[in-house]
Design a protein around this ligand. Sequence first.
Ligand SMILES: NC(=O)c1ccc[n+]([C@@H]2O[C@H](COP(=O)([O-])OP(=O)(O)OC[C@H]3O[C@@H](n4cnc5c(N)ncnc54)[C@H](OP(=O)(O)O)[C@@H]3O)[C@@H](O)[C@H]2O)c1
Length: 323
Amino acid sequence: MPTTYTTTILITGGTSGLGWQTALSLARTLPPTTLLILASRSAPTGRLPSPHTKYLPLDLSSIATVRAFVATWSTSSYPPISTLILNAGLQFLGPPSFSPDGYESTFAINHLGNAHLYHRLLAGGHLAPTARIILVGSQTHSPAAKTGLPDAYYATAEQLAHPPPENKAVALTGNGRQRYGTSKLCNLLWAYALQRRMEKAPEGQRKSVLVFNPGLMPGTGLAREAPGWQVWVWKSVLPKLIPLFRLLVSKDVHTQEESGRNLAGLVGKVVEEGEGVYFQNAGEKLESSKESLVVAKQEDLWAWTVEAVAGDEGEKEVFGRGW
Ligand SMILES: NC(=O)c1ccc[n+]([C@@H]2O[C@H](COP(=O)([O-])OP(=O)(O)OC[C@H]3O[C@@H](n4cnc5c(N)ncnc54)[C@H](OP(=O)(O)O)[C@@H]3O)[C@@H](O)[C@H]2O)c1
């Protein structure tokens, strides 16, 4: 590894779908002094996008594996992370499955694993003081977007982590697509909570927090848990119908390449005061759902997350501060 790198960009789930396309796009434009790190459970099958790209194994599904990832990072000499792209995410269809820590899997990976990674990288001093944090969200979080998924349902973080069988919430959250939309709502709730903390951070330590809506991108690995024929339609048929979808159904349908380019563009986007956190396309501002703006839900999720991932009182304090 050359020692000439001055900065790092880390993408969770950078090895497939949107993350991979973002990496390809970034690799074309980044200076050779930027190290691009792609982290996920399985190594990419193709050649890495550039000599300045590295793959690291990361499993976001458990608290222990995220902690171990950052512990290993701390023994390496990677330069500070200027952009952290929290992109990894999955959909689990069917009845709820659970992470090694006993949390519902969609919530555990799409929200908790990514958020935990942020907290631990920050506490380890691995984020540049004014780093940019980009979460990958989705319009499936918003009932108003009418994406065809059941409405996201957030009562409390605890209910999402441990869906209680006797509760009405389960009738709702018992649906995998709904759990997915709700996990994307969590991405926004958490981002707003983080953004609020940044407003209190001292000058020079404020990270910028963005959430990117990539739109529907048929063909990625997102549908991998679906029945075989649905995976075939998603991977082989729908990508060919994107122009038709755009014309007849919604403009919010993109190829993976387009959304990858757009996400890569957010890395350097100048965000004006008042533009908020939520963006789509080539940096266009987007309104998030009313529910995502409910401060009590943002703070419930923030506090629950800190409690779940902090190992001791010292970590609770640092993680809770958020900067
Ligand atoms: N496709 C769409 O229509 C769409 C629409 C809106 C938003 N999104 C969002 O876009 C993001 C990327 O999804 P995609 O569509 O590109 O799907 P994808 O092709 O399946 O990519 C997901 C990435 O996340 C990684 N990942 C999954 N579980 C992980 C874990 N436990 N630990 C670490 N990495 C893990 C996967 O690698 P491994 O499995 O090897 O770990 C893969 O690299 C997700 O946040 C998704 O919610 C997608």
